[in-house]
Write a protein that binds this ligand. Sequence first.
Ligand code: ATP
Ligand code: MG
Length: 646
Amino acid sequence: MAPSSDERYEPPESFVEQANVSDPGIYDEFEENWPDCWERTADLLDWDEQYDQVLDESDAPFYEWFPGGRLNASYNCIDRHIEAGQKSHAALKWEGKRRETRTYTYQDLYGEVNELAAALRDLGVEEDDVVTIYLPMIPELPIAMLACARIGAPHSVVFAGFSADALATRMKSADSEYLVTCDGYYRRGNAFNQKSKADNALMGLDRQVTTVVVDRLGRDLDHSLDDDQYDYEELLLTHAGTTVSPVARDAEDMLFLMYTSGTTGQPKGVIHSTGGYLAYAAWTSRAVLDLKPEDTYWCSADIGWITGHSYTVYGPLALGTTTLLYEGTPDYPDRSRLWEIVERNAVDVFYTAPTAIRAFMKWGQEYPADYDLSSLRLLGTVGEPINPRAWKWYYKHIGGEDCPIVDTWWQTETGGMMVSTLPGIGTMKPGSAGPPLPGIGARVVSEDGAPIDPGERGYLVADRPWPGMFRTLYGNDGRYREEYWEPFSEGDDWVYFSGDGATIDYEGYITVLGRVDDVINVSGHRLGTMEIESAIVGVPGVAEAAVVGGQHETNGTAIYAYVSTDHSRDPDETLRERIVESVEDAIGPFARPEAVVFTPELPKTRSGKIMRRLLENIANREPLGDTSTLRNPEVVGEIEAAGRDD
Ligand code: ATP
Ligand code: MG
């Protein structure tokens, strides 16, 4: 019943030979030596002061990792590589929307991070002040993060596409009095005013905010800046050549806070530490993404999400890798854009999301086929379950059938990857993320916390802490305990609850089914949306599907399926019948969709996740509520219209 396929793929010999981790003994090494095994992650960093202990559990679930240790994240991501002779090595490669390119060596990065750090300090930023960063994918975004880290000021990056309201809510929630933003940026070739959004947000705040404005559009900013607003370039000029010694932070001090993407209710300010987080981001970048200093690595996620924090900025830079930053979208100016970037930069490792892979599939294989992608050694995916068909497409048409794929399950809260195969060791099973990473206590359990049988559906939990874990929710220790720890903990046995449902197979491979609240109850049957969707997406011609529960006169709840087709197929009656049959075959006639609504696109959050909540409102003809986190609000009208035709 699980959506993973029975097929197995082995990593190619050529990959295994060069892999950072290729000894299967690593799992036992971690188990036998837990929690001291985590020293190996801390050893990837340079510490100003050695920690006293690996793990302090005395105040669980408020764990402390590497207590007593002191370090600076910016030093670890920049200075130490320069000291090791890597100053001319590329740290950051940027591909702009208008085909501009910029390369920062580690020395360049050092210069600009220091100048900005000095400027922020002069503007009044002190250690522990939260600096909000509201920038698109331009080099100034990671530079601002690292400048904050250098002076011990936690950053809170707010995705640039968010509205003024969303920015104001997050700044207020984080008590933030400093903002780094820009004048604007290009969206599909048109200039778009970011600063007026930021100004609107600031108007709604009852506090003085000092703002730094990056000039992305290359126009004269002088006239639009208020007294407490400063031009980024001017600040760099007045601080040219200034260096700031990196502040030694306590391992447990906050490195940043990050609001979750908001597919479920109110955004939460997730807090990550300096020591454990950085160690874990570096370790998983090394073990799972197989990153090496000489690699050019590209994670296509926006830095406004946790994936960009851990796997565009902190992990890769801590390892001295070249990390690529792309400002644009995959289909502008055309659908070859990503593959052209991979070819030109000879990208070694590429990490993206299933939503992107499904879009590539929908567009067709001819786009990647036109480019030389042979530089690729490893592919990764994160963010949603990937159905076997999309997995195989990625494997064949992007990886050329000789790159392993790591399907990495993790969350904003976990800070880094938790479940995945290790690419130099593990057999891959399309659709299944894999076993827990070494030392990670990910388990699939029943409602009462007992392990479930292979094939049964259960709850994905972690029965041990790990260094990259979040420390609490900003200003809300209570919610941290209640939402994440109380559901499955008993006495002093603290168990982290992910909120996701999963199955596990005889070999310990975990298949994530999606959120447990994404369940439809039809005539007493509890059906996971993921499983039904997987049956639909398996029908040739279907690109994407989302199912939700809607009110039905006789059955109570009925299943509504929203489906988009790929380039090979126009929606018609035959396809509709095939979809219904496929669900009946895979799950049973009781799961038969009441309606199949074809739509050119599904509504998605800005991080690319399908907004089922909204489709549920549409199916039930209810008011839509907050749509500010939607990336493609225009599809809502189209779906409503299509639904009425049925
Ligand atoms: P919010 O918590 O605000 O609703 P969110 O959960 O979408 O937002 P993230 O932390 O970015 O925010 O996403 C984590 C979730 O993404 C996981 O809980 C899981 O549901 C899904 N996910 C991530 N990676 C995978 C994967 N490899 N396979 C299946 N699902 C995944
Ligand atoms: Mg979540």
